[in-house]
Design a protein around this ligand. Structure first.
Ligand code: TXA
Ligand code: MG
Length: 315
């Protein structure tokens, strides 16, 4: 066990985070989606520590965070589609999977030996400040033990990884609340690898074409697509109109009898930002079965339903 420091997002905290990262230590950072567990993506030891701290299977590659599209181009073979999406949505909750540019200096552990790399430019000012202060590309999966709910508050990170990482940069609650949307650009057509914080509708509009969607149950293209993922300790029942005996109800749009409601007004953006926090809270309160009200399958509702289906999958 090590002591996990809490750092403020002022100049001293940003400097301390950058110094720890330069030593190969791990720092949990706020991003606009969820907290990320950051390590220097060029340093194999730092990357190995990320897998170890999360207990993550090493075949699962990590997202590399960079300050801007120009830095991203140093690590990937660029394309027109990449240009278009980067110009429209970076910085923001979008990850692009592109062919890996060799010689870019990334540890091969980051890509888990694949010939592609996942790149993201986060919008959160503290994440941007650390990226710029450290000058390193930062590998950062969500800062939770593997297979558990992603953290949207520093307390969630401490509960899951306290004692296993050097520091947590405390930026309060994350705004978006679900992970970035992942788009694959390694084939002829742009492919949705994970629905997330950027709605697919706006991506298709920017591309002027529909996204390819890998068939459910098909080959796993993003290893985070493993069915049981994002799991709370409680069992889950979805599309619940009311709670049955012994269930705790998570509502949406003002559901009667809900213990917590993702958004009383039925706002999907608010619901996404509350999703993981509410699951953490119901878990902490000892819920045995969480029954979840139906969530509309549009906009951020797609990412919310994706995470709920994984949380409810057989474990
Ligand atoms: O919002 C986010 O994306 C957060 C914040 C911290 O940036 N990060 C995040 O990382 O969710 P993580 O590691 O929990 O999820 C990364 C996903 C995994 O499903 C992984 O398999 C996929 O990205 N991935 C990474 N590299 C890939 C690659 N080369 N090809 C396909 N999928 C890849
Ligand atoms: Mg994750």
């Amino acid at each position: 066990m090590i002591e996990t420091q809490s750092l403020a997002t002022d100049a001293a905290g940003i400097r301390a985070a950058a110094d720890l990262l330069a030593e190969g230590q791990l720092v949990a950072l706020p991003t606009e989606t969820v907290y990320g567990l950051a390590g220097d993506a060029r340093n194999g030891t730092a990357v190995a520590r990320i897998f170890e701290a999360k207990g993550r299977p090493s075949f699962n590659p990590l997202i590399v965070h960079v300050p801007d599209a120009q830095a991203a181009e140093g690590h990937a073979l660029w394309s027109d589609a990449a240009d278009r999406l980067a110009a429209a949505f970076w910085p923001g909750p979008l990850t692009l999977v592109l062919p890996l540019r060799t010689g870019g200096g990334l540890s091969p552990l980051v890509t888990a030996g694949q010939s592609s790399v996942a790149l993201r430019v986060p919008a959160h000012p503290a994440a941007q400040a650390v990226l710029r202060a450290s000058g390193a590309p930062l590998a950062a999966p969500s800062a939770n033990p593997s297979g558990r709910i992603s953290p949207t508050r520093p307390e969630h990170v401490r509960a899951g990884l306290g004692g296993r990482i050097a520091a947590i940069l405390d930026g309060g609650a994350c705004g978006v609340g679900v992970e970035s949307t992942i788009i694959g650009l390694t084939g002829a057509k742009a492919t949705l690898l994970r629905p997330g914080g950027l709605p697919t509708e706006v991506i298709e509009e920017a591309l002027g074409a529909p996204l390819l969607r890998p068939e459910a149950g098909g080959a796993i293209t993003a290893p985070g697509q493993l069915a049981s993922h994002y799991a709370p300790s409680a069992l889950m029942r979805l599309e619940a109109e009311t709670a049955r005996e012994g269930e705790t109800l998570l509502g949406f749009g003002g559901t009667q009898g809900a213990a917590l409601d993702l958004s009383v007004s039925g706002d999907l953006v608010e619901a996404a930002s509350n999703l993981f926090d509410h699951l953490h809270r119901l878990d902490a309160a000892g819920a045995e079965v969480i029954a979840v009200a139906p969530i509309p399958e549009r906009g951020l509702g797609r990412a919310i339903n994706d995470r709920l289906r994984r949380a409810a999958a057989p474990r």
